[in-house]
Design a protein around this ligand. Structure first.
Ligand code: FEO
Length: 392
């Protein structure tokens, strides 16, 4: 794809990756992604903000063919999907300086072996002049690595946000045209990589509130011509209270746990609680992460196998613990044959969650009437706690 004009002297460059289906060998990308770089031509200096994933370097270099001179390359984030083509760009423009912050400089030297003499480092709030345009660097750590920062083009009120506010979507639309679709993709992205850093992201959002924004240009997905849409969405995900929602990842080997899941889902529904259940043999882990953004309660359903939870339930518990959603309550349901340490192991695995544990329900073999009564009590307790805490 050729460079695309955002406004006079400001261009999108990069690559739309329609076929990529996995990121970091972990995160599903059902809609592909893009790696966005941006070219700004000031009256005196020209700057490229970020590069592209190394797999797409040819496309970026073709776009730069008609750019005779680059004064600066900015690296907002050291991860390779944005930094991985810096070597190639600096080879074409040997006089260009690589602008980043000191933490990112160290990481780029470690990850890509970029020589120290290539760098100019900037402090938080520092500006560089491009002549008629001024680029300001604002540190926004942990979106989603410790070195991440954004750049604000003062005269045009454009925020170049790198991963922050990004969405994994492959599209030919330069600007967001369907906010509903981008909302889903951006929420998935937030859930998968940003959610663990909620308290720091809240501070970053407060810091950015001081800047008037006409456009937000992220490093993945389309550009936002209406920034309030994605800013408000992030505020809700980060600060909004959990919803009246139970997220129930489960697995069943011989249908006992499945019977318990079905009963609990029905009972919760009768009591006015929304449930999203995820069969861990087939679930898209990104969808589970998205649901965790709003979960009021997490219930893990698992049989006991090899004296503990099923390995797929262990994976779900590990994920929930790592993502640190704001859920207020946690419980476990499932069946066992003769014993085991399922509850103890899962409880220890979820210590990051600041959630109150509600008494688990474990059935020996097929669930009995007493077990179903206990599940009904669990549903009643969850519904009452959601109401008490104002989860809507
Ligand atoms: Fe898009 Fe953290 O890289």
């Amino acid at each position: 794809m050729k460079p695309r004009k955002i406004k006079d002297n400001i261009y999108w460059m990069g690559s739309v990756d329609w076929d990529r289906r996995l990121f970091d060998a972990l995160i599903p990308l059902p809609d592909g992604t893009s790696y966005n770089a941006y070219l700004i031509e000031g009256s005196e200096k020209t700057v490229l903000i970020d590069t592209v994933d190394p797999s797409r370097v040819g496309e970026l270099m073709a776009q730069l063919e008609n750019v005779p001179k680059l004064d600066y390359v900015v690296s907002l984030h050291a991860e390779q999907d944005h930094s991985g083509s810096i070597h190639n760009v600096l080879s074409k423009y040997p006089d260009a300086k690589l602008i980043t912050n000191p933490k990112a400089k160290g990481m780029l030297m470690d990850l890509l072996r970029i020589p120290e003499e290539s760098f100019v480092t900037v402090d938080d709030g520092e500006t560089i002049s491009l002549g008629d345009k001024t680029l300001k660097f604002i540190y926004t750590p942990w979106v989603h690595w410790p070195e991440t920062m954004v750049a604000y083009l003062e005269e045009d009120k454009i925020l170049f946000s790198c991963d922050f506010f990004g969405s994994h979507i492959a599209t030919t639309n330069l600007f967001v045209s369907d906010e509903g679709r981008v909302y889903e993709a951006a929420k998935r992205y937030y859930a998968e990589v940003m959610m663990p850093f909620r308290s720091i992201i809240k501070k970053n959002l407060e810091k950015l509130a001081a800047y008037e924004m006409a456009v937000i240009a992220p490093s993945h997905g389309p550009v936002y011509p209406r920034p309030s849409f994605i800013l408000d969405a992030h505020k809700d995900w980060v600060e909004g209270p959990p919803k009246n929602l139970v997220v129930l990842p489960y697995i069943s080997m011989h249908n006992s746990t499945k019977q318990m899941v079905d009963f609990l889902v029905s009972s919760l529904t009768e009591k006015g609680v929304t449930v999203e259940q995820f069969n861990l043999t087939v679930t898209d882990i990104g969808k589970l992460a998205m649901a965790l953004v709003d979960a009021g309660t997490i219930v893990i359903g698992t049989p006991t196998v090899l004296a503990g939870p099923h390995p797929k339930a262990v994976y779900a518990a590990f994920l929930a613990n790592a993502l640190r959603p704001k859920a207020g309550f946690l419980s476990i349901i499932g069946s066992y044959g003769w014993g085991g340490r399922t509850v103890k192991i899962l409880s220890e695995m979820t210590s990051n969650l600041k959630a109150e544990v509600i008494e688990p329900v474990l059935a020996k073999g097929l669930p009995t009437e007493a077990d179903f009564k206990a599940l009904d009590n669990l549903a009643e307790t969850i519904a009452a706690k959601h109401k008490e805490h104002g989860f809507k």
